[in-house]
Structures are given as C-alpha cells and as structure tokens.
Ligand binder design. Sequence first.
Ligand code: FES
Length: 275
Amino acid sequence: SAAPTATPEQGTGVFSKTRARIAERTLRTDRWWVPPLVTVLGLAAFVIYATVRSFARTAYWVPDYHYLTPFYSPCLSASCVPGSSHFGEPFGELPMWIPLGFVVLPFLLGFRLTCYYYRKAYYRSVWFSPPACAVAEPHAKYTGETRLPLIIQNSHRYFFYVALVVSLINTYDAVIAFHGKDGGFGFGLGNIVLLGNVILLWAYTLSCHSCRHIAGGRLKNFSAHPVRYWFWTQVSKLNTRHMALAWTTLGTLVLTDFYVMLVASNTISDLRFIN
Ligand code: FES
C-alpha cells in the first residue's frame, strides 16, 4: 500500500518522535480496506436516495390511507399537498429548491452526522483518520475534536433532544395512518411498514450514547435513583446495538419512503387487511 504522504521530519501524528519509524503506511496484509469501502458505499447510497426524494416533491402522501413518508414529515408549508400538513401550514409557498421537510431535515442530518457511531464510520471511510486499525492516516496533523470544525461534534446531545421530538411526530404519523378508504379505522401493509420504521427509529434514538448519559450519567449512586437506574439499564442494553440500529434505520427509512412512493404514485396498490 501507499507510503505516508507527509514526510517524517514533520514530527506529528504517526511521525512523532515516540512512534516507531515505519516507512510503509501499514504492515497489515489483510483486506483492511473492505469495511471502510462498504461503509462509504452504504452512506453514499443513502445520501443520494434521501437527497433525490427530499427534493422530488412527488408521491409522498397517500390521501386514501393517510400514509406520509418520514422525509416529508412534518409538512409545514402551503406547498404541501392537501391533507399532508398535520401540524398546520405556518410557512407559505416554498420555492422548488427548498425541500418540504426543511424544518427537521437539517436536525436529522446533524443528529446522524454527530452520532458517535457515524463518526467512527465516516472518520474511517471518508476522512481516513485513520482508515483502519494500524493503518496510518494521510493527514499530517491531528487535533481531534478539540477545535473547529470537529468541536461541533459536542453538540450531539442537543440534536438528540430534537430527534426525540421528531420521533414523537413520526409516531403520530404512524398512528393516524390507521385510516381506511371509507373513513374510520383501516389497516394495510403500509401500516406495518410505517410502524416498524417508527419502532426502530425509537430504538435507534434511545440507544444513543447521549441518551445513556442523560439517563444514568453524573449519578453518585444508583441505589438513590432507582427509576433512572432502571432506565439506564434498558438504554445500555439497546446501546450495545447502536451500530446495527444506525444501519437498520437507514434501511427502514428508505424502505418506508419507497413503499409510500409506490403506493402514492399508484405504481402498486396497498395490501389492505381492513378497509
Ligand atoms: Fe448515535 Fe447518539 S450516539 S445517535
């Protein structure tokens, strides 16, 4: 593999005086580049899909069954199709270059970008800092998350609070989607898709490292805080699956949006069990 791009004289990072002098970028002989490659392909696929769909402004709402895709929720402008604005339309018509989900999309992006798991993923696969264990990074300097821009990562807990609100909104969307064609209660395959997505979104959000700290951090003894201890125990169990949930929810978000798109565009009809 390629030698380090910086010269050893710089004396920083892997070239600092206390480090062994190794000319090779890595002595690893396994295919260490496979995980970062798969990661970057997975992230790119999601970003491309989500961007295209967020700007598309088509097939995001099924009037018959009240299915709304999470990429357009909440829909808060006069540009939203009738029936899709569950929380009113405080904003007027939006120009085409503003996604209808513009109020929460930046926060959801911020939540995922600052997520402790996604940091690991893109620091390795995009930033190469470092690309894998025992593989030298190409950057000559390392300041970590101590200054701009990466110090912004410390805002993760605040994005978490917003994500809680968004999860509540998505839950509301999933509940009102039990709507039949002739009014009243209805139940179809779309409900299972929406509900499964929202349950997994909750699992991802609650398994967040910041959530675990909010639940049980800074306590001197757990015995004096039985409720927080219980909550912390549950969150800790979920937390061990945070990476899996991070990927699963990217998948279910795409699946949910794709299903709503197919039904809303009359490409397929929803499989109905009741009404
Ligand atoms: Fe991943 Fe908070 S650490 S969402």
